[in-house]
Write a protein that binds this ligand. Sequence first.
Ligand code: CO
Length: 133
Amino acid sequence: MIGPLDHVGIAVRDLDAAVARYSALGLRPEPPEDLPSAGARVVFLSSGGALLELVTPIAEDSALGRFLAKRGEGLHHVAFRVERIEAELERLERDGFELADRTPRPGARGHRVAFLHPRTAHGTLIELVQETP
Ligand code: CO
């Protein structure tokens, strides 16, 4: 089954400025991490419960860069924890979700992740996160 909310992803143009702004809000940032497979750099910030993930493109032609060009900064995705990501992908596809990733890929923090297309989730990109021990 789908687990608790893991994090909310926010697309930003200037990662340093965004980290400073969200730190001023009182959140504690972790060190930045590059995700070459997604063409993105991320910083997670903690408020004690679910995390915020600030995400900015580092590749010329990335889905995230196109997202920013089209929709601007703001909410990019919502991520839920799952125990068995392959089984969840199968179940969700059976239930009518369009999978953006047919198989899980390496995500931030060493976890395995997969995305569901916003088309079948009322306009919001959904990320599944399976923690790797
Ligand atoms: Co994420």
